[in-house]
Design a protein around this ligand. Sequence first.
Ligand SMILES: Cc1cc2nc3c(=O)[nH]c(=O)nc-3n(C[C@H](O)[C@H](O)[C@H](O)COP(=O)(O)OP(=O)(O)OC[C@H]3O[C@@H](n4cnc5c(N)ncnc54)[C@H](O)[C@@H]3O)c2cc1C
Length: 384
Amino acid sequence: MSPTYDVVVIGLGGMGSAAAHHLSARGARVLGLEKFGPVHNRGSSHGGSRITRQSYFEDPAYVPLLLRAYELYADLERATGREIAILGGGVMVGRPDSLTVSGSLRSARQWDLPHEMLDAKEIRRRFPTLAPQDDEVALYEAKAGLLRPENTVAAHLQLATRQGADLHFDEPMTRWEPYRDGVRVHTAEDTYTAAHLVICPGAWAPQLLTDLGVAFTVERQVMYWFQPKGGARPFLPENHPIYIWEDAAGVQVYGFPAIDGPELGAKVAFFRKGQVTTPETIDRTVHEEEIGAMADHMAGCIPDLPGTFLKAATCMYSNTADEHFVIARHPGHPDAVTVACGFSGHGFKFVPVVGEILADLALTGSTAHPIGLFDPARLTAAPA
Ligand SMILES: Cc1cc2nc3c(=O)[nH]c(=O)nc-3n(C[C@H](O)[C@H](O)[C@H](O)COP(=O)(O)OP(=O)(O)OC[C@H]3O[C@@H](n4cnc5c(N)ncnc54)[C@H](O)[C@@H]3O)c2cc1C
């Protein structure tokens, strides 16, 4: 008896919804199982905006994937008519030797990406909302900007459904096992068979992927929205860029223009610096001291931003030890399972290209995309 599905995708958040789209677009019979409803706010893919950029300070090896992700995001907008990318330009600010500036410049030079270097005076002139120290500089990238995470997930789910994928919400996988040449997947409702399983668990990786042998740290992160002093006009997208700003202590803060209209303020968050948590125990309350600490930090670099606090929301990072992703056939079940996890707080800009890679890996066992950096073998302890 042949299995009911070609591929079962576990988790229909950022990565899983993209995988369901790319797999079903290639004619695979796809079942997607999601623990919560469509486009929910309990994982890692919510909060209205995500930064995207090409001069990638984390490692130049990400750049070819970013170039492909930009193309696929444009395809997604065309195919669904949804607004997803707002590419109004961005600055990576810090001292010249900060990782944020020097790493971005390294990628820009290695891949010949269009960019400009701005000194403090030029930053102040071009972007009057920003108040850098005299020894701070910025790499400006016109193609940087933001993505709408909820619209991205909704668009991928819409296309997957149109292409015939079965998507089941509020139906978590409880367990799976190897079965014949593929897998058998269990939920409280039913049991399904498939030739292949793709696991995109986000912050649930420590529970769903114990047998991978990779340590993940789930981190609580807070996003803050402020109404700027003197009103939001200088913070509208035509006046205010996206930014990542590293201070002398190596603390990175990042933020967005006021994209949802002047009343809804501008969003800002610390990159990293979160508390270790789990999806079950995360503190969803944002405390006065945290809001005060963010307002104090911003007063030093974007003084008009922390006018009135409007709201805050929590989200989770799933970090690997080196903050690079894990995307591979599962080393313990190479024929039956593919995994995509450990996106370490910087995965969203890659969502559509990860979907494409997962479709390649699930259906053919390999991909033409350069994913050597994401091999889990680098993170698993060498045998004694
Ligand atoms: C505050 C914050 C800011 C960020 N900013 C940026 C940014 O500016 N730029 C950027 O590129 N990236 C950013 N990121 C990172 C990016 O958003 C994540 O890397 C990405 O969303 C991860 O997608 P995912 O599919 O792995 O996780 P998720 O979208 O959380 O999806 C995992 C899914 O698995 C489901 N699931 C779990 N267990 C089961 C089960 N047993 N059965 C079925 N389903 C299950 C979950 O419900 C969830 O829907 C940010 C993240 C946060 C939290």
